[in-house]
Design a protein around this ligand. Structure first.
Ligand code: NAD
Length: 332
């Protein structure tokens, strides 16, 4: 039903139903690493809730999925407090919505700036803490403020340096993912062994990283791309794109397919290019992310309770042939 024709009571009832439904799907997805519906189904219902809350702002509750990041800490894991929260990303699904994001930003920023375009890697966020160049802690995003301590697990991932090339004390953030080939081989082995298979590489990565048994993580061929920092002051980089290059110099794996866009036309050609490349990439992507390139601008724009104001994800339509969720038995 069009939102314009709803009265406040009907809108409140629909929003309450959506919150219950979405929060259950979130528990399945984030806490159990076992989604019960496809992402586009979740995204559609979520968008409807956003539209209801925009039309009727008093409907926003603190437990609304529109106000929450991620899931909860899994039993058995030590909790890690993120002093600088790990956030989600706003998302858009069309060029029109992307243009609105750009217009909004340009209205609020007087000086000219570029965007850095990056691939949106379909994995899960992780944070790595280094003291004087030495890796001391790894954690998951969790609910954004409290994540899971996965230090022993990340020590087994080849792409994560134990020692940086400079003795920095820094918290670096990025994505942990399972390459497509590793995912296919893992599901083949599991099928042969009669074990339940994973629905997609994202859930396989999450299920493999959030393991109490470090040996299991070590066998799963996880990889990482780092793309963010809790606090950029210790770096020499002053733009997002320089930061990625500096990360590579420090010893991190970064995704090389980033590009600085001088205009929205450049952004659109980046999108078109990688939408075509997507099937041939060795890892899953579910869209692209554009980020205001200057780091001081990122800092001054800041974030809402849920998403940074200086970045947005452009989501691609759902991937080729998803595994039928009803064929997947859920235990990890
Ligand atoms: P998200 O995955 O849409 O976007 C935020 C995340 O993108 C970041 O936390 C980061 O981990 C990741 N990312 C990848 N590449 C990045 C890059 N280059 N720069 C910055 N970040 C990058 O948001 P979310 O909060 O993790 O989850 C929301 C999405 O999860 C929804 O859009 C939905 O599709 C899916 N979801 C699905 C279900 C389901 O039941 N199927 C349930 C809940 C959520």
């Amino acid at each position: 039903e069009p939102i314009a024709s709803l009265n406040a009571t009907a809108a409140a009832a629909e929003a309450a139903d959506l919150r219950v439904e979405l929060n259950q799907w979130r528990r399945d997805y984030y806490d159990q690493d076992a989604p019960k519906v496809e992402d586009d189904v979740y995204d559609r219902e979520y968008a409807r809730l956003v539209a209801l809350e925009t039309a009727f702002p008093t409907l926003v509750t603190p437990d609304s999925p529109t106000q929450l990041v991620g899931g909860t800490v899994k039993a058995g894991f030590t909790k890690v407090q993120h002093e600088i929260p790990m956030l989600s990303l706003g998302d858009v699904f069309s060029h029109g919505e992307l243009q609105e994001f750009d217009d909004r930003l340009r209205q609020n920023v007087t000086e000219p700036f570029d965007y850095n375009c990056e691939l949106k890697i379909d994995g899960l966020a992780l944070s790595l803490r280094y003291e004087n160049g030495r890796l001391v802690q790894g954690s998951t995003r969790g609910n954004g403020t409290i994540g899971e301590d996965i230090t022993q697990n990340i020590m087994t991932i080849d792409s994560i340096p134990h020692q940086l090339s400079r003795p920095l004390t820094i918290e670096v953030r990025g994505e942990c993912y399972m390459p497509k080939a590793a995912f296919a081989a893992l599901n083949e082995r599991r099928e042969a062994a009669g074990d339940p298979i994973f629905a997609n590489p994202r859930n396989a990565a999450a299920g493999s990283l959030r393991q109490l048994d470090t040996k299991v993580t070590a066998e799963r061929q996880l990889s990482t791309f780092m793309y963010n920092v809790a606090d950029y002051d210790v770096l020499t980089a002053r733009t997002q794109s320089e930061m990625l290059t500096e990360f590579a110099d420090l010893g991190f794996a970064i995704n090389p397919d980033f590009k600085v866009a001088k205009s929205m036309a450049d952004v659109y050609s980046y999108i078109d290019h990688y939408q075509n490349e997507r099937p041939d990439l060795p890892y899953g992507i579910d869209g692209i992310v554009i980020k205001a390139n200057p780091l001081p601008l990122q800092r001054s724009l800041g974030a809402t309770v849920k998403v940074p104001r200086w970045a947005i994800a452009f989501k691609f339509p759902p991937d080729e042939q998803p595994t039928l969720l009803e064929d997947v038995e859920w235990t990890v």
